[in-house]
Ligand binder design. Structure first.
Ligand SMILES: Nc1ncnc2c1ncn2[C@@H]1O[C@H](COP(=O)(O)OP(=O)(O)O)[C@@H](O)[C@H]1O
Ligand SMILES: [Mg+2]
Length: 261
């Protein structure tokens, strides 16, 4: 049984169909890459999987249970955790403070706020430090989050996700805006998770993830147009046409950004 499946998933915004009849399966402990040109519906698909949007039609199931209309918080409690295309951390807090609600909550109490107020300060500090250590940010625990580099903020966001003990980690373009050195740092961290939890990673630049993922799914204009082994997918004529076809058009308009490789 797959960890997550969608059937006939559709999301319309007015006259625009952002996600169109998507049937996606994510297997337990696999690392799945989701690629596709800008505007092809990748982020909208994640918003449907995580409950940020309700679908116009279609279903989502996780661990064999229909969760199509379940709230985002309940999905997190089931083990579905995401990061955002624009890195989402609390800039005005100290680095370690970002992790307080997560580390407290993941101790499985339903009385989150009660626990937050009553858990010993030392305990909270220790769990936060542990999460920061995992991503190599322990020396910045007391720094102001706003002062971190964009790459370190991404690592912090991943630490935050990991402290929620995900079964499925959904990463929306985790490398966007990062330097090559920062990309390598994040990728090194993700490689330590590969095979231990299930990962779905959206990426615009295929070269960044082609050696990392077990399988690739390609979206174009809201549809899943191709799925399979990464090197085979990259040779698929339809995939090349949707990338390079657009590339040619953009070149003519002077906005090319060779994204396939
Ligand atoms: N909240 C929204 N309201 C209206 N249209 C949206 C919204 N989110 C995304 N869209 C539209 O849906 C399409 C797919 O967007 P998106 O899922 O962000 O693509 P991608 O992540 O692949 O770049 C785009 O045409 C975009 O303008
Ligand atoms: Mg997106």
């Amino acid at each position: 049984m797959s960890l997550l499946t969608t059937s006939g998933l559709v999301k319309k915004f007015g006259g625009l169909t952002a996600v169109n009849d998507v049937n996606l399966s994510i297997e337990e402990n696999e690392t799945l890459g989701i690629i596709g040109p800008n505007g092809s519906g990748k982020t909208t698909l994640f918003n449907l999987l995580t409950g940020f949007f309700l679908p116009t039609s279609g279903k989502v199931s996780f661990q064999g249970r229909y969760i199509t209309r379940l709230s985002p918080e309940k999905r997190v409690a089931m083990g579905m955790v995401r990061t955002f295309q624009l890195v989402s951390v609390f800039n005005s807090l100290k680095v370690w403070e970002n992790l307080v609600p997560c580390t407290t909550w993941s101790n499985k109490s339903h009385y989150t706020f009660w626990k937050l107020l009553t858990s010993s300060a030392q305990n909270t500090w220790d769990s936060s430090r542990e999460a920061l250590k995992l991503v190599g940010l322990e020396n910045y625990a007391n720094a102001l989050t706003a002062e971190l580099s964009y790459g370190d903020k991404r690592l912090l966001e991943i630490a935050l996700s990991l402290s929620l003990k995900p079964k499925l980690l959904l990463l929306d373009e985790p490398f966007s805006g990062l330097s090559d050195v920062e990309i390598l740092k994040v990728l090194k961290l993700l490689k330590t998770l590969k095979g231990k939890i299930t990962i779905a990673i959206i990426e615009h630049k295929i070269s960044a993830i082609v050696d990392f993922v077990d399988r690739l799914s390609v979206m174009n204009e809201g549809r899943l147009i191709c799925e399979g082994n990464p090197s085979e997918v990259l040779r698929d004529p339809l995939v090349n046409e949707c990338y390079w076809g657009k590339e040619e058009m953009l070149k003519e308009e002077g906005q090319s950004d060779a994204s396939l490789v």
